[in-house]
Design a binder for this molecule. Structure first.
Ligand SMILES: [Zn+2]
Length: 62
């Protein structure tokens, strides 16, 4: 394995986002402790905008 592009996939595998407890998307930031998609941890309201086409699942049925 060299140092070129093919080996870059093994770099920086530390995950920054995990699955969000509220919206179920893989957008919950561990470092910032909030979800990038629904704003979980940031606000009690669901972060949702009319201009976004990816809809946020409100509460996932577990
Ligand atoms: Zn979320």
């Amino acid at each position: 394995m060299g140092k070129g592009t093919p080996s870059m996939g093994k770099k920086a595998r530390s995950k920054s986002h995990i699955t969000c407890r509220r919206c179920g998307r893989h957008s919950y930031s561990i470092r910032r402790r909030r979800c990038a998609a629904c704003g979980y941890g940031e606000s009690k309201r669901i972060r949702e905008y009319s201009w976004q086409n990816k809809k946020v699942n409100r509460i996932r049925i577990v």
